[in-house]
Design a protein around this ligand. Structure first.
Ligand SMILES: NC(=O)c1ccc[n+]([C@@H]2O[C@H](COP(=O)([O-])OP(=O)(O)OC[C@H]3O[C@@H](n4cnc5c(N)ncnc54)[C@H](O)[C@@H]3O)[C@@H](O)[C@H]2O)c1
Length: 381
């Protein structure tokens, strides 16, 4: 039996293919590189998901990957895969430049899409992907796995409930070290091929988590710096982000910091919330320090749950798969992928204008930075 794809059904003016609710999810991975292994592991761990197909522009890589992950079918490209397999879910693990077209083709073939961060290489591209998801009545889930984990959910609940008072000030540091050899790979460190520097490639994880905790942003002022690496893009960015709630955040993204850390600190009227980790966090990475005037009984009410799940791809993809199987909305941890990309775009747009303030309204109609992050970098090498 042949089913019309949503695209052909719409083109023919017929009713859109209804959102089906499969009893098992047939999953496909596009781009079988480093991060794809985390996706394959999450699929394998889910009782109602199966990896049925994979593809890579270098077929031997896809074949080696398939041999390692239970022998899914291997295809030369994602178009052949979609036509032959009609998967329920496509997990896009290619570099950002490829995300838009692969997502659009997947939606047209009736699949839901899970896309790795950054979800797209520009805001315009992400808009196209969200529009295609809506037109096909399918979901676009974004992988920002730092949002997951029991502790992040706990802190977010406390902040949203006002239990920690009013958030005032935040620090968001992504201090990583990527040496010259890392940037010697031809596509890295260039606007055309990587799309952005350490802000887009590395800092976006913490920026996303910060925004997951604090909500909508209202203004960004930023600078891009080239301090040490032979790149076209920035190896450091410094930004001040004002959130709609009034919180002032200082954000640094760096690829030149030998003692590496990823951290977030939020000072509220009642407490300081701290997170210190590198690439993922568990309960031990978080703390809540009460202000001196907070009674011990009140602070005791903020205690983290004893049984805690760490952050990672596994809980994120599990919750996405569960939502798709139930026909439920995506979990908060996988929805609203645009906010972090907007903050990153605003950092680039502000830096390109010498540190001038950028608001969401200005970014919405920005003449250059909706389609590219290419910006002026202050070179101090
Ligand atoms: N969430 C995380 O913690 C995390 C970690 C690493 C990477 N990522 C993201 O995952 C994506 C992939 O990163 P990676 O480190 O796995 O890269 P990678 O280079 O290891 O793997 C990408 C693979 O995609 C293949 N590919 C490229 N273009 C393709 C195309 N058009 N069709 C099919 N295959 C194609 C390449 O051959 C390569 O094997 C990026 O968006 C990256 O930012 C996320």
């Amino acid at each position: 039996m042949t089913r019309p794809t949503p695209a052909t059904a719409l083109a023919a003016g017929t009713a859109r293919e209804p959102m089906t609710r499969p009893t098992r999810l047939r999953c496909a991975i596009v781009g079988t590189g480093a991060v794809a292994h985390l996706h394959a592991r999450a699929v394998a761990a889910h009782p109602r998901a199966t990896l049925v197909a994979v593809t890579n522009r270098h077929r031997p890589k896809a074949e080696a990957f398939a041999a390692q992950w239970g022998g899914p079918a291997v295809y030369d490209n994602h178009q052949d895969l979609l036509a032959a397999e009609r998967p329920d879910v496509v997990l896009i693990c290619t570099p950002p430049e490829a995300h838009r077209q692969q997502a659009l083709d997947s939606f047209a073939a009736g699949a839901h899409v899970v896309v790795e961060k950054p979800p797209a290489a520009s805001l315009d591209q992400l808009d196209d992907m969200l529009a295609a998801a809506r037109a096909a009545d399918r979901q676009l889930a974004v992988v920002f796995q730092q949002r997951t984990g029991t502790a992040a959910a706990h802190v977010r609940r406390l902040l949203q409930a006002g239990a920690l008072g009013r958030p005032l000030l935040a620090q968001c540091l992504t201090l990583w070290h990527r040496d010259a050899a890392y940037f010697a790979v031809p596509w890295r460190g260039r606007w055309q091929t990587e799309g952005g520097g350490t802000t887009l490639g590395h800092g976006i994880h913490q920026l996303d988590l910060l925004a997951f905790l604090l909500g909508d942003w209202a203004e960004v002022r930023a600078q891009l710096w080239r301090l040490a690496r032979a790149t076209e893009t920035e190896d450091v960015s410094t930004a001040t982000i004002r959130f709609a709630s009034g919180v002032i955040a200082n954000a640094v993204s760096s690829a030149i910091s030998p003692r590496q850390t990823s951290s977030i600190r939020i000072d509220t009227t009642r407490a300081t919330v701290s997170l210190d980790h590198l690439y993922g966090h568990g309960l031990d990475n978080w703390s809540i320090t009460p202000a001196p005037d907070v009674p011990p009984a009140e602070a005791a009410g903020w205690a983290f749950p004893p049984a805690a799940e760490a952050s990672g791809h596994a809980p994120l993809l599990r919750d996405v798969f569960d939502a798709l199987l139930q026909g439920a909305p995506l979990p908060d941890t996988a929805a609203a992928g645009a906010r972090a990309l907007e903050i990153v775009a605003a950092i680039y747009a502000s830096a390109d204008a010498g540190g001038a303030p950028v608001t969401p309204a200005a970014l919405a109609v920005h003449p250059t930075h909706r389609r590219s992050f290419r910006s002026q970098v202050v070179d101090l090498r």
